[in-house]
Unconditional design. Sequence first.
Length: 149
Amino acid sequence: MRRYGSVTENRKQYRITLSSEDQLNKVVTTSVFRVPAISHVVFTKASHTYYVSTQLGVDVAGKLVGDGIVEQTAKALQNLEAVLTDVGVPVKSIVKVSVFLTSLDHWKEVRGLLDTFFDGHEPARDIPIITPMSLTGALVGFSAIAVGI
């Protein structure tokens, strides 16, 4: 039998608790913001695997940082790195990244920023085209799976 977790907000800290029979999942506390308008868990850890929910190109108030793909991509990657850094996991630990785009026309710019972000590290990638995301004005988002110690 599995027990599913809970999220407890304490000012700017979010404590995520997930547990199961085999006790592989751990309690993780991160001070990285969550977008107020979007209710989701930012980060969870199961054993030595780290899961980061989709990060958008938004500031701490939840506002998009620009109308262009370059600005939003740069901020979304900065947010992704901030979540991992906050819990001591380096970007090079990412083994899979999902790149959510509203149009494949943006891939060239996004790929250039990803190549710079990963600096020679090449995790597995998938690139689903998500048109409903365009309702928020977001052009791109990233989720990731990282493996660490």
